[in-house]
Design a protein around this ligand. Structure first.
Ligand code: ATP
Ligand code: LTN
Length: 330
């Protein structure tokens, strides 16, 4: 069985972009692959966090993994800090990543370009930690949204560099970026990615949004004055985004099929269909979420997940440290 691994940062509430771009693929892959899904709670402190809010987001993130359909009997679900090897291999990876490579990472460059003050060293070196997260488990594939592809490519480069230098240490993983839904855009500004740090709160649908609120966000999504439901991301980014959402939430329905159904209809009818699809999905997730937060499942799942992950990660870290010549007691 091929192996797959991915993670999500619990920096805030998970949103529809996280679900469509990443989480639903974790769920769809758990039967066919050996799936490792973790909560990147080291990555999230690369930007300042409120401790109480972070704790709540962490728990919600695990609950949402489960509510979206990840099955702990199939997938290994764990918290990054429960496996100490992430931080340790992270430092080793950092020492094998060039500053020139880190300087090219668009996520950091974008933040810097916005003029954000006091960006942390952790944010700058975060791609090296991400490489460690991945390489510890030797996955064949890493399913991610478009914005993370560059980080997985850097992981491949560092893995190859270390394999050349120390002998075969790492499986070189491939990023898996879906053709549709890998970059869901903000509903209020379809030129920007749907993101947890949406200032207006209108462009981002959170998985735990009240259904009425979610419906309102879809119905007020920014579109255009062309008035035709057709897939043209350049000239109609708002409509293209809504089509991506609808397709992703309705069994990957083709754009041609969606265009055909709505060709003689106004945007209002189309938006209502998108809102129905979104609310149906959210309702299913929220029903499961409520059951999960009231049970002991979260603790059980994390304990069991950490045990399995630790065995794999500690063996890999040991192999790496030996190959580098860092260990004395064999
Ligand atoms: P955000 O910008 O919301 O803080 P992020 O990409 O920085 O998100 P995560 O929340 O950890 O960080 O992302 C988890 C997964 O969701 C990643 O694979 C990421 O690529 C994917 N993802 C995030 N936003 C979107 C989006 N708008 N559309 C599709 N996939 C997304
Ligand atoms: N960097 C990712 C989260 C993340 C991740 C990973 C994804 C951390 N480690 C390993 C895949 C594999 C993000 O910000 N979305």
């Amino acid at each position: 069985m091929k192996r797959m691994l991915s993670g999500i940062k619990p920096t805030g509430q998970l949103h529809l972009g996280n679900y469509i771009g990443a989480l639903r693929h974790f769920v769809a892959s758990q039967d066919e692959y050996e799936m490792f899904a973790f909560i990147a709670n080291l990555h999230c402190i690369t930007v300042p966090q409120d401790p109480q809010e972070l704790q709540k987001n962490l728990k919600d993130c695990v609950a949402l993994y489960l509510a979206c359909g990840l099955n702990p009997n199939k997938a290994t679900i764990f918290l990054q800090t429960d496996v100490k090897e992430h931080a340790q291999l992270g430092f080793i990876m950092c020492c094998h990543t060039y500053m020139g490579e880190l300087n090219r990472m668009t996520q950091f460059k974008d933040k810097q370009a916005k003029g954000e003050k006091n960006l942390s060293g952790g944010l700058y070196t975060y791609p090296s930690l991400m490489a460690a997260d991945i390489l510890l488990y030797s996955p064949d594939y890493v399913p991610v949204g478009e914005d993370q592809k560059q980080h997985v490519e850097l992981t491949r480069d560092v893995a190859e560099r270390m394999n050349n230098r120390y002998g075969q240490l790492f499986t070189v993983p491939e990023p898996l970026v879906a053709k549709v839904g890998a970059r869901i855009m903000s509903l209020s500004d379809p030129t920007k990615k749907m993101s947890k740090s949406d200032e207006t709160n209108k462009g981002c649908i959170y998985l735990l949004d009240d259904l009425k609120v979610a419906r309102k966000k879809v119905m007020s999504a920014v579109t255009d004055s062309i008035g035709k439901v057709q897939y043209d991301p350049e000239n109609q980014p708002g409509i293209a985004n809504l089509m991506q959402i609808l397709s992703s939430l309705s069994n990957n329905r083709s754009f041609a099929d969606i265009e055909e159904e709505f060709k003689d209809q106004g945007y209002g009818v189309f938006k209502k269909a998108v809102a129905d699809a979104v609310c149906n999905q959210l309702e299913q997730i929220q029903t499961r979420y409520k059951e999960i937060v009231e049970s002991n499942l979260i603790e059980e799942v994390l304990t069991q997940g950490a045990q399995k992950a630790c065995l794999i990660a500690s063996a890999k870290l040991d192999q790496v440290q030996k190959a580098i010549g860092m260990e004395i007691i064999k």
